[in-house]
Ligand binder design. Structure first.
Ligand code: ADP
Ligand code: MG
Length: 724
């Protein structure tokens, strides 16, 4: 027995894998949104009055009346039953990054044993799952175990098909018995409303007479890895932690850039086609897919949608990606850093705000007036990122994303704003008072003609910025691949609401003094830039000069770990931000801090336990087997009168001992439980546990390079990344 059977077996299985048949895709118009209870479906099945009423609720958030709910529920049930669906479920979005659901049958039995189906308006509107098993931080009060789910009519109901039957899924909010938000959807809806309110104030001051409801939009680019499931099954770390906790670098990595935009491997193509057909049926507009930088890494980006719908669709995509990958013999890794030394995965969140009357307010327009609106909204974003950079960092903080941020592949853990050359110059000129409203013989020329024909910067021009303007939207690039987009969207919408309120107040005062509108806007923007222009940076975000300049020269914060990032949620300014905008009460915010802190601690502790386990039971035994083989060889050579060079044996023995010494230290560190505060516990994980884990790994990876290949039990990087 050599000890590498499972690895050899995996390679054998993969290289002899039967090609998956490519199923002929059905035409798009036949499958598009076929599993969605869409407006079009409703229009066909509802009375005119009921349709009008539900449409108003969906489009403007108007309250839903009980009669309409009853009619919609009946139509929904008929539609679902006609498609063979027997169950329904409220799907909700707890404070973790995953979704939760509780299935109920439509069936009701009568006393005579016959069965009928039932689905009333009240069943549609409200569900009552047991809330106690979901994280709720400080909201875990005695009577709060009960939680309610309530239908969110602004996100479409759909049918989820699986091999084991189909379920009618009802997107819902999730709240405690006492009405506190326990999920990621409630704050997102509230943040939209706060942004809408503040934006309307600004637009009204700008003289807009008709202003419809504003909404934020989101288009998320999702990166992921696919690893053959035969390899994954032989790696407990991939299965349980979603990343490799050990593994020496492969001789070939991503240096050649030969994977990026290269031909997509055939097996992956079949997976993508299957996955995208499912997305189309669910009305999710998958738009682009391609290889990413690292071998085995890919990206999919759907077309952007209203933030709330996009967030639900994004969650659904992550679920489907994993289940579809499994069907095709892959493990889909959404972890931010599955392989050390290889690019990690992010999720660029493209974000804009707009409405039907003014359009996208982050799109520079064709008249100076449109441009003024644009500059105000863009300025509001600049102020928000400057004032609430640490909040944005906290919104994307996780144990996994920490491995990626600042690692010269992803944006640094310093929040700055990239505007592109042209726009940066406009804002700098405003700051320096160079742009006035009266240039050129009394004609209103704001000197803004330079951005009338705004040339869009290609989104990738500055990949080193965490927060980049890309022509008609901002792109938050530091978001992690496994994260819900809701947290970042809530932070962005809320900081924007705060900045727009600030702008409205200043603008109103300036206009009150009789200053003409264009000049008033410039006065406000000048002040804004003087206070917050420091956050604008167009250079190389990876460079060490920037790190020094940002922190020492500009007073920006560099926050590399979640342990340092999460306490931002407890800062007075952040509590005040969420309270004043009505997005989260102090109690709700505090509970979020606790839940995220707990998740961080749990994920690092699970990894630490896995490191101990794998080092002791997989890696150490392999090293010992190799040593014993070397010693047998050495004795037989000695009998021949030849002395074996003992340097390899010595190295293996030394590294094994050092690794096991690390294991002992890590086990002790894991035993520590009495911390003064949650913050202290976070720091213990970030500093003690992680560095011991890294120390153990470095010895294990050295062993991997020494021990005979045929005795190494874990699939190696080169195999997982390159054998397809
Ligand atoms: P790139 O790859 O250059 O970043 P893409 O054209 O692939 O850009 O777009 C990335 C994402 O941005 C897509 O989901 C796209 O729909 C989305 N997007 C485009 N315009 C907007 C907008 N105005 N608001 C929000 N998202 C947008
Ligand atoms: Mg992009």
């Amino acid at each position: 027995m050599s000890g590498n059977e499972s690895r050899v077996q995996a390679i054998y299985q993969i290289t002899n894998r039967e090609a998956t048949a490519v199923s002929t895709p059905e035409p798009l118009d036949k499958i598009w949104a076929s599993n969605v209870f869409s407006l079009a479906t409703m229009e066909q099945s509802l009375s005119k009055a009921a349709f009008k009423s539900i449409k108003k609720t969906i489009q403007t958030g108007a309250p839903l009346d009980a009669t309409t709910a009853e009619i919609v529920a009946a139509a929904m049930k008929e539609w679902a039953l006609s498609k063979g669906v027997k169950f329904f479920s409220h799907i909700f979005y707890p404070m973790t990054n995953i979704t939760a659901e509780k299935h109920d049958g439509f069936i009701v039995t009568n006393s005579d044993g016959s069965a009928i189906t039932e689905f009333s308006g009240s069943l549609l509107i409200k569900g009552e799952p047991d809330g106690s098993s979901f994280p709720n931080g400080s909201l875990r009060m005695t009577n709060a175990a009960r939680g309610y789910t309530a239908w969110d009519p602004t996100s479409p109901v759909y049918i989820m098909e699986t091999d084991n039957g189909s379920t009618l899924m009802i997107p819902s909010v999730f709240m405690s018995w006492t009405g506190e938000a326990l999920d990621k959807k409630i704050p997102l809806l509230r943040s939209n409303a706060a942004m809408d309110k503040a934006a309307k104030k600004v637009l009204t001051l700008m003289g807009e007479t008709e202003v419809s409801t504003l909404n934020s939009s989101c288009g998320a680019e999702q990166e992921y890895f696919l690893v053959d499931s035969n390899f994954a099954n032989a790696r407990p770390d991939l299965l349980l932690a979603g990343r490799t906790l050990f593994g020496a670098a492969s001789a070939k990595g991503q240096e050649f850039d030969d994977h990026y935009f290269g031909a997509i491997p055939a097996r992956v193509q079949v997976f993508m086609q299957d996955f995208e057909d499912q997305l189309y049926k669910l009305g999710i507009p998958a738009k682009t897919h391609h290889n990413e930088v690292a071998p085995g890494q890919f990206e999919i980006a759907p077309y952007y949608e209203a933030a709330n719908v996009a967030a639900d669709h994004q969650q659904l995509m992550m679920t489907l990606m994993k289940s579809t990958a499994k069907k095709h013999g892959f493990l889909c890794l959404l972890h931010e850093k599955p392989f050390a030394g290889i690019n990690g995965s992010g999720k660029h969140v493209n974000w804009s705000v707009g409405n039907s009357t003014q359009g996208n307010l982050l799109d520079p327009g064709n008249t100076p007036h449109d441009n003024l609106n644009f500059l105000l909204f863009c300025g509001a974003v600049i102020r928000g990122v400057h004032k609430f950079g640490p909040l944005l960092r906290a919104a994307i903080a996780s144990a996994a994303n920490d491995h990626r941020l600042g690692a010269n592949e992803a944006p640094p853990a310093i929040l700055s704003v990239y505007l592109g050359d042209q726009l940066e110059k406009v804002f700098k000129d405003i700051q320096e008072g160079k742009i006035t409203s009266s240039v050129g013989g009394g004609e209103m020329d704001l000197g803004l003609s330079q951005i009338l024909n705004f040339e869009r910067d290609p989104g990738d021009r500055n990949r080193t910025s965490p927060f980049a303007f890309t022509g008609n939207r901002f792109e938050f690039r530091a978001v992690g691949s496994s994260q819900s987009v809701s947290g970042p969207l809530v932070a962005m919408n809320t900081m924007l609401a705060d900045s727009l309120s600030w702008i409205a107040e200043k603008l109103e005062a300036e206009l009150g003094k009789g200053t003409p509108q264009p000049d008033a806007v410039l006065v406000v923007l000048k002040e804004l830039m003087e206070l917050h222009g420091n956050v604008v940076f167009g250079g190389d975000g990876y460079s060490s000069e920037w790190h020094t300049e940002a922190v020492e020269g500009r007073g920006l914060k560099n926050i590399p770990t979640t342990a340092d990032a999460l306490p931002a949620l407890k800062e007075a300014s952040v509590i005040e931000l969420f309270e004043s905008t009505g997005v989260l009460s102090p109690v709700e915010l505090e509970s979020r801090f606790e839940v995220y802190a707990e998740q961080y601690v749990l994920s690092i502790e699970v990894e630490a336990k896995l490191v101990i386990d794998m080092a002791k039971t997989i890696i150490y035994p392999a090293a010992m087997r190799y040593l014993s083989e070397l010693s047998i060889t050495s004795s037989s050579m000695a009998e021949m009168g030849v002395e074996l060079d003992s340097s390899v044996a010595r190295k293996v023995a030394t590294e094994s001992n050092l690794m096991m010494a690390g294991v002992t230290k890590l086990s002790e560190a894991l035993e520590q439980h009495n911390f003064d505060s949650t913050e202290a516990h976070l720091q213990h994980c970030a500093n003690e546990l992680l560095s011991l884990m890294n120390e153990i790994r470095s010895h294990a990876d050295t062993l991997e390079a020494e021990v005979a290949d045929e005795m190494w039990p874990l699939p190696k990087y080169q195999e997982m990344l390159f054998i397809k």
